[in-house]
Write a protein that binds this ligand. Structure first.
Ligand code: FAD
Length: 449
């Protein structure tokens, strides 16, 4: 079988790349190893209603997600004005506005009581300590503003996105704005000058991000095959040959162009023969495993006070098991409207190199979530239904050196006309950044032809 294009991986990166390539008139086949498309975008039925059990929103400050929604004719919805909390020093406190932990307003930080008196004093004293060019977010903020703000704000904020550790994640790769500010001078002064946010920060589809894959396929003009694992990639005189399917019944698919939209580990395996340098770099990109526990409660069992919150971050120093809880019923009107008698919330568990937390059965993850919700939020109710979604090796870690590693991978891959990579391992793990990486891959293979 020969195609113009084969896209490997049916997450948002692969779906966007396939759709864009099909729009240029090419014959595109997308191969996905699991039985369903969407990757980390997934809806599941809990208490009779479909809710997100993977990604649930995208940042509305970047253009890529908004432009895609526009193109699909979707009217995005935004979170309610409910506030986020952080569980710090034994209580849920209102999350102060910050750029990844660097406060916009010292008075607001003080009023939040997230930090101790000493921690706050250290922030206010901001030092002008030097830092390495490729420093971790945690080391950069700790050098300037002290350890406590890292432990109690930076860590839970970064943990929510990367499931990683602030002192390992590259500032240049994860929060370049912060690094640029630190190079210019005082973090506090520049953060104070950041204008108040105008317009919503997050957006989602009515009905959840899990609806996006079907919309991309439905309007995409490309063919998809699920339960089709690509095992090997090699060059042919005219393009590429992919080995697809179980080893006992492997099939060869040929294509002029191949886009690998798979996570770092499978991409490394697929590139082993054709781009060994890229393969060895990608093999070194670690990933964190996480789990999302969705709980449905009777609305009458949930304390009124919780309805004004969108969720709570839990810093690792608090030594609970969950690292965050999203009060989906408080955050999203569309969730609250699903069934007025039900309240949905979710907890997330698992950080990089702390996989032991997830080595428990589903019931144990529900139990520990309920215990933490009782301790943190005073929620003592029994759920009417639960769902546990495990995401193994799901979040690539942008460790110090990430930008240089990605440049090496792209140089090695782009040396092969008709081959490109995209997805969460390169330019950002958030959905808009992943869409951006897909568009970059499409530009590179169409330019090369
Ligand atoms: C629990 C969780 C919550 C998140 N929440 C948010 C959020 O709210 N907002 C946000 O912006 N981001 C969020 N993210 C991050 C974001 O969802 C992901 O970074 C993004 O969806 C990744 O898309 P992708 O296409 O790069 O990869 P994936 O979604 O991982 O897709 C890759 C696909 O490739 C397939 N594949 C792998 N190997 C092969 C092979 N050999 N052959 C064929 N197919 C293969 C996989 O099965 C998978 O379907 C979240 C992530 C997780 C895990």
């Amino acid at each position: 079988m020969e195609r113009d294009v084969v896209v490997v991986g049916g997450g948002v990166a692969g779906l966007v790349a396939a759709r864009d390539l099909a729009a240029t008139g090419r014959d595109v086949l997308l191969l996905e190893s699991s039985p369903e498309l969407g990757g980390k975008l997934r809806g599941r039925e809990v208490a009779g209603q479909v809710v997100d059990v993977g990604a649930e929103a995208m940042i509305a400050r970047r253009p890529e997600g908004l432009a895609l929604a526009d193109d699909l004719g979707i009217d995005l919805v935004h979170p309610t004005p409910a506030t986020s909390g952080v569980f710090s020093r034994g209580e849920v406190r209102t999350l102060p506005r910050s750029l990844m932990g660097v406060p916009f307003d010292l008075e607001q930080l003080a009023a939040s009581r997230v930090l101790s008196r000493e921690g706050l004093a250290r922030v206010a004293e901001e030092s002008d300590a030097a830092f390495d060019d490729d420093v971790s977010v945690g080391d950069l903020v700790a050098a300037r503003l002290g350890d406590e703000v890292v432990d109690r704000l930076v860590e839970p904020l970064l943990g929510g996105v990367y499931a990683g550790h602030a002192r390992r994640i590259s500032a240049a790769a994860a929060v370049p704005q912060l690094l640029a500010m630190a190079r210019r001078g005082s973090l506090l002064e520049q953060a104070a000058a950041i204008p108040a946010a105008s317009g919503p920060v997050f957006a989602t589809l009515p009905g959840g991000m899990g609806r996006l894959p079907a919309l991309l396929v439905g309007t995409g003009g490309f063919e998809t095959r699920t339960s089709a694992t690509v095992r090997a990639l090699r060059r042919t005189p005219t393009g590429w040959a992919l080995t697809v399917g179980p080893t006992t019944a492997a099939e060869t698919v040929e294509a002029g162009v191949v886009v690998l939209a798979t996570p770092a580990a499978p991409t490394a395996r697929l590139l082993a023969e054709v781009a060994p340098e890229a393969a060895s770099v990608l093999a070194g990109v670690e990933a964190a495993s996480v789990a999302v526990v969705t709980l449905a409660f009777r609305a009458s069992d949930v304390p009124e006070a919780l309805f004004d919150r969108s969720g709570v971050l839990v810093p690792p120093v608090e030594r609970r098991t969950i690292k965050a809880t999203t009060f989906s019923f408080g955050k999203w009107a569309w969730v609250r409207e699903l069934d007025p008698d039900l309240v949905f919330l979710r907890t997330s568990l698992g950080r990089h190199r702390e996989e032991s937390v997830l080595q428990a059965d589903d019931e144990a993850l529900v139990r520990v979530s309920l215990a933490d919700l009782a301790a943190i939020a005073g929620l003592h109710a029994s759920p009417v239904d639960t769902h546990v979604q495990r995401w193994g090796g799901a979040l690539p870690q942008y460790a110090v050196g990430h930008i240089a590693r990605v440049a090496r991978v792209r140089a090695a891959v782009e040396a092969h006309p008709g081959l490109a990579v995209c997805g969460a391992s390169y330019d950002g793990v958030g959905i808009p950044a992943v869409i951006g990486s897909a568009r970059r891959a499409v530009a590179s293979v169409t330019r090369a032809e």
